[in-house]
Design a protein around this ligand. Structure first.
Ligand code: 5CA
Ligand code: ZN
Length: 412
């Protein structure tokens, strides 16, 4: 499917190096790439509701990764998916008496609009699960043929992946087995289902059921894909056997990214699937994770409809470090709006302190695991000085504006 339309990103003077990022599997901060190119796969939305601020925060995180790579002259290939067929989508469509395809198309269109408004650099490939079904089914058949997957003998036609098929299962999330069992039950898995070889084995293919959409799976019979194999197949098809960054919110640490990696590694025989597994913190409201199932959502489109400047939303979300779980409050938005106004005023000032020094400091802050809060504090200091006519560099306001546009995605 088509992604959204991008904006021009200003080219900045001087040199930058690719960022260092925290990798959940190695539990430390490591350089992302040493070569001229980099690949990134980010887990996108399940389109049964509008884009909320949690989705936006996660997408902004990986937008910054792409911006920093580009600033360092890296040739970036970025892929994002849309889970346009899965249980939650069908449940919502049934609840509302709506066609699931219409629901998915509408919410995906709204997501694209929100991404454009938030000045997200579009992915090179924006791919739906539905359009990937033939490739996914082929992978499931290959896993069965290789002894890594099995069909349940209860007549459903459901196929499961055997986690015993990858010796390193668990390396990505670093969780204990009891923790995995708990999270599996909470996040779409079915550890209690009888007949599985291991309670943690994830679903690869769900055999057709009455009243549910199904696709031809060849020898698998009709059905629809499981969630983790969707992302493994899309990433392998477009980015090759090893990707630099596998991204998403930290709710995907387990089972999603662990199982996607296990599927891919079993299919390719190469490990690890991703050099970095990067996880953004959860955005919450009133002390709870913002999620469609809890219904405590602040929608990007609702704020836009209320006349909020998307740049203030973006700035508000960037004031917390990407890895920390954090709350969205009215204050977050207010401070984003006030800061945006001050930055805009300073960008119009006749002079300011050195623009080159500002650029170097912002680059340095972001280089270390995307320290956007520190980058924002550095810009704030520069802005205060410019607004009190402390600096003498007449080129600095323009360079400040280009810096925050290119590196933070904030258009002044
Ligand atoms: N389609 C799957 C991924 S393949 C999915 O998780 N969809 S989603 O709509 O639930 O979430 C889309 C992206 O936003 C994922 O990367 C998810 O980790 C992230 N996300 C979801 N809720 C939040 C939240 N409250 N805060 C931050 N990120 C979130
Ligand atoms: Zn995914």
């Amino acid at each position: 499917m088509d992604a959204w339309t991008g904006h021009e990103v200003p080219k900045l003077p001087g040199n930058a190096t690719p960022p260092e990022l925290y990798d959940s599997s190695r539990r430390g901060v490591f350089p992302t790439t040493s070569g001229p190119a980099a690949t990134m796969y980010v887990c996108g939305i399940t389109p049964y509701d509008a884009t909320h601020l949690g989705h936006a925060a996660t997408m902004i995180t990986f937008d910054l990764v792409q911006r920093l790579w580009r600033d360092a002259g890296i040739d970036v290939t970025y892929v994002q998916n849309v889970t346009d067929i899965d249980d939650p989508l069908l449940e919502r469509a049934n609840r509302d008496g709506e066609d699931w395809i219409v629901l998915a198309m509408r919410e995906t269109a709204l997501f694209r609009e929100d991404m454009e408004a938030l000045r997200m650099i579009p992915p090179a490939h924006y791919v739906g699960a539905v359009e990937s079904i033939p490739a996914i089914a082929a992978h499931v058949r290959e896993l069965i043929a290789g002894g890594a997957a099995y069909t349940l003998d209860d007549g459903t036609g459901d196929v499961y992946f055997s986690i015993a098929a990858t010796p390193s299962f668990g390396y990505e999330s670093n969780l204990t087995r009891p923790e995995m069992l708990t999270l599996s039950a909470e996040r779409g898995g079915d550890p209690e289902r009888p007949g599985k070889r291991d309670p943690l084995d994830p679903l690869l293919w769900r055999g057709a059921r009455d009243g549910e959409p199904a696709w031809d799976g060849g020898d698998l019979g009709p059905g629809r894909p499981g969630w983790h194999i969707e992302c493994a197949t899309i990433a392998l098809g477009l980015l090759g056997n090893r990707i630099d960054v596998q991204g998403g919110g930290n709710d995907l640490l387990y089972p999603h990214h662990e199982c996607s990696a296990a599927h891919a590694e079993r299919l390719t025989g190469e490990s690890p699937f991703a050099t970095h597994y990067v996880h953004a913190g959860m955005i919450g409201l009133d002390g709870e994770k913002m999620s469609k199932s809890k219904g405590n959502l602040v929608f990007v489109s609702r704020l836009r409809g209320d006349g909020v400047d998307p740049m203030a939303i973006r700035l508000g979300l960037l004031t917390g470090h990407y890895r920390s779980d954090r709350q969205w409050t009215d204050e977050t938005l207010k401070s984003g709006e006030q800061r945006l106004a001050r930055w805009r005023a300073a960008a119009e000032a006749p002079t300011g302190p050195s623009g080159e020094a500002l650029l170097a400091a912002v680059r340095e802050a972001l280089h270390h695991d995307l320290d956007a809060p520190r980058a924002i504090a550095i810009v704030d200091t520069w802005v205060e000085a410019a607004l009190t006519a402390t600096g003498t560099d007449p080129e600095a306001p323009k360079l400040m504006s280009r810096t925050v546009d290119a590196l933070l995605g904030i258009r002044l």
